[in-house]
Structure formats: structure tokens, C-alpha cells
Design a binder for this molecule. Structure first.
Ligand SMILES: CC(=O)N[C@H]1[C@@H](OP(=O)(O)OP(=O)(O)OC[C@H]2O[C@@H](n3ccc(=O)[nH]c3=O)[C@H](O)[C@@H]2O)O[C@H](CO)[C@H](O)[C@@H]1O
Ligand SMILES: [Mn+2]
Length: 352
């Protein structure tokens, strides 16, 4: 009996010691390590640039002695009628401020790929053939281009003969019955496409509205780490007139005493890394608004405007890069219209 008691006490003690040791040391038997790797594969670490193809400024090399270009004159502004630099020293790109030959000599040897994300959902699918044809004439000519077409009708994507180094990639997107939902969900779908493939396939990425047409040169001068575009209806107005979200309940809220410029949701871009962080952040803000039953006045464009106020673009595209045909003939300071939004029949195109 005594022996049995001793045996039971001994076993109990042993069990307590073993469980205690397991609790304190927490050996992983390889399981938690696998879990960590699995999470990392799905959710990229925001700060890890090695996940992305990146071009660093010191990789750009100008070939001395091959071109004869006019000297940039330090005593004369290239444009005196418009602002060409922000007060955080980002260039604002206008015709006359850059030399295409110089830019191409610097960027072309790097064999970069530019991703264009275009959403063509519901009737907007009809807008694709003319848009892609115009892009083949003017968008990033001389560079590799991947058009990522997000659509609910993959078999209606036009099969066009594209220039060399240029391709169309069709990605599924759900049919929503509100155009606002289609517009704002772009953040989530661009974020996912970057995770799934764009980060392996491109160096720069742009979101481009599908109700647009290219009309003139739109090239490597538009590339930058984080690129925003001035909205053609607001660039000449004061910040209290910007159509920012004014309700503090929304995560896109910008008070009317704040604001640098009003940026358009139809065109933004940058390095894949920077656009990944932008889309991921805005997707989170949109989700919080949704949980709180609030939708910002201009959907993701409102959130984009707060984002660009906090994380200033390193390059700003002038309204040459998204002119609106509804504004009629461009004023004198718009010397070139590069991309223009078409005048569309909203009733015929949109689901609501
Ligand atoms: C002049 C003006 O007021 N423009 C605003 C309006 O843009 P837009 O009138 O430019 O919005 P939009 O109809 O172009 O929608 C945005 C984009 O979503 C896609 N799409 C939309 C609907 C659809 O049925 N199928 C489809 O594919 C398509 O890529 C389209 O270009 O709204 C935007 C986003 O909310 C911005 O606030 C714009 O500043
Ligand atoms: Mn549009």
C-alpha cells in the first residue's frame, strides 16, 4: 500500500514537473514556426522592401556624351504661370518642366515594368477597347507594361495585339450593384493583386479609371515613389472648397483648414511597395467606416486625400495627366492633354 502511495505521489510530482517545464520553456516542435511562415506568406510585412521590385534613385544613370540637351538655366523658371514644386519639394509635372530624352536615357536601361490597374466592371467593359488602343499609342512607350484588367466578364476583355513587352492580365472582380462599391473596392483588389503577383511582375503601379482615353505622351516622367494627380476641377480653388470628407465620424475626415491639393481618385501610383502600403491602409480605413455605417462623400478618393495629406506624394501630376472633357477646351496653362476622362452616359454605364 505504502509503495503504491509513493508511486502515485512520485508520478504526480513528475507530471507537475513536466507540465511546468513545458509551460515555462514552450518548445515549439516546429509547429509555431510553420504558422509564422504561413502568416508571412499571406500578409506581407509593411516594412520589408525586399518583397518588392524596387528601383532606387542611384540606379538611374545618365549616359554622358550621348545627347545634346539644352542647359537647365538656374536663373529662369521653366514655367512661371504654374506651381512646379510643392512646399515639401516634390515636383509638379507640367509640360515644359522635363526633358523626355533625358528621362528615357535614365529609365530605359533599367528594363522596368509598369503595371496599370484598370477596373472594367458591368457596362464599363465597353470602354476597354478604345482605352487600351489609346494606351498603346501613348502610355509608357518604350517600357514594359502590364495591364491588369479587373472585371466580372473576363471573356469580354478585348484581345488586342499589343506592342512588344506589353501584356494584358485578366483578374476576377465581383459584380456589385452600386458603382460606389465598385470604385472603393479597388483598394482591396489592388492590394491583393500586389500580394499575389504584381510584386513579382512590376516595379511601378498605377490605378487608372476606365472612363478615360490617352491623347498624348504619358511616360516615365510620371514615375515616382508615391504619385498623386491634381483633380482638374479643384486645382485652382482654395482648400475650404475642396470636396474632402467633412464629417468627423468618417476616417477620411479632413477639416477645411487643412489640405495641400485635392487629388483625383482616377489616377495615382508609385513604386509597388508604396502603392501596397497606400491601398492596404485605405482598405483598413474603408472597413472601419463601413463598420460605423458611414461612406465618405467621394468614397476611396476621400480617403486618398487624407492619405496624401499625411504621406505627401513624392511627385504630383498636373491636370495634363487627367483632364476632364466636361471642363471643355483646356485653358492656356494646360499645354498638353495626356489623359482625359470621357464624357460618359452615367445612366447607361452605371448599375445605379
Ligand atoms: C468628376 C467626378 O465627380 N468624379 C468623381 C467620381 O468619379 P467618376 O465619375 O470618374 O467615377 P467612375 O464612374 O469613373 O467610377 C470609378 C471607376 O470605377 C470603375 N467602375 C465604376 C462603375 C461601374 O459600373 N463599373 C466600373 O468598372 C471604373 O474603372 C471607373 O472608372 O467618383 C469617383 C470615385 O468615387 C471620384 O470621387 C471622382 O472624383
Ligand atoms: Mn472616372
Amino acid at each position: 500500500m505504502d509503495n503504491l502511495k509513493r508511486f502515485l505521489v512520485f508520478t504526480l510530482l513528475l507530471a507537475v514537473i513536466v507540465i511546468g517545464a513545458l509551460y515555462i520553456l514552450q518548445p515549439d516542435f516546429g509547429i509555431s514556426q510553420m504558422k509564422v511562415l504561413a502568416t508571412e506568406a499571406v500578409c506581407l510585412k509593411d516594412s520589408d522592401s525586399s518583397m518588392f521590385k524596387t528601383i532606387k534613385h542611384d540606379q538611374l544613370k545618365y549616359p554622358v556624351g550621348q545627347l545634346h540637351v539644352p542647359q537647365p538655366w538656374a536663373m529662369k523658371q521653366s514655367r512661371s504661370d504654374v506651381l512646379t514644386v510643392t512646399h515639401w519639394l516634390a515636383p509638379i509635372v507640367w509640360e515644359g518642366t522635363f526633358n523626355t530624352q533625358v528621362i528615357n536615357r535614365m529609365y530605359q536601361p533599367l528594363n522596368i515594368t509598369v503595371a496599370a490597374c484598370i477596373f472594367a466592371v458591368g457596362n464599363y467593359i465597353r470602354l476597354l477597347p478604345p482605352l487600351l488602343q489609346s494606351a498603346e499609342k501613348h502610355f509608357m512607350i518604350g517600357y514594359r507594361v502590364n495591364y491588369y484588367i479587373f472585371t466580372d466578364q473576363p471573356n469580354k476583355v478585348p484581345r488586342l495585339a499589343l506592342g512588344s513587352g506589353r501584356s494584358i492580365i485578366v483578374l476576377p472582380f465581383p459584380s456589385f450593384n452600386r458603382w460606389q462599391e465598385i470604385s472603393l473596392r479597388r483598394m482591396e483588389f489592388i492590394r491583393k493583386a500586389i500580394e499575389d503577383r504584381i510584386r513579382h511582375e512590376a516595379h511601378y503601379v498605377f490605378n487608372i479609371d476606365s472612363d478615360t482615353l490617352f491623347e498624348n505622351h504619358f511616360g516615365a516622367e510620371a514615375l515616382g515613389e508615391l504619385v498623386g494627380s491634381l483633380h482638374p476641377w479643384y486645382y485652382y480653388l482654395t482648400r475650404n472648397q475642396f470636396t474632402n470628407e467633412r464629417r468627423p465620424a468618417s476616417r477620411a475626415h479632413v477639416p477645411d483648414t487643412e489640405g495641400d491639393f485635392y487629388y483625383i481618385g482616377a489616377l495615382y501610383g508609385g513604386s509597388v511597395d508604396a502603392v501596397y502600403r497606400l491601398t492596404k491602409t485605405i482598405e483598413q480605413q474603408l472597413n472601419i467606416d463601413k463598420q460605423n455605417n458611414i461612406e465618405a462623400v467621394w468614397q476611396e478618393e476621400s480617403h486618398l486625400n487624407l492619405y496624401f495629406l499625411e504621406y505627401k506624394p513624392t511627385k504630383v501630376l498636373s491636370p495634363e495627366y487627367v483632364w476632364d472633357k466636361l471642363r471643355g477646351n483646356p485653358p492656356e496653362h494646360i499645354r498638353v492633354v495626356r489623359l482625359a476622362t470621357i464624357i460618359k452616359d452615367k445612366k447607361a454605364l452605371r448599375p445605379n
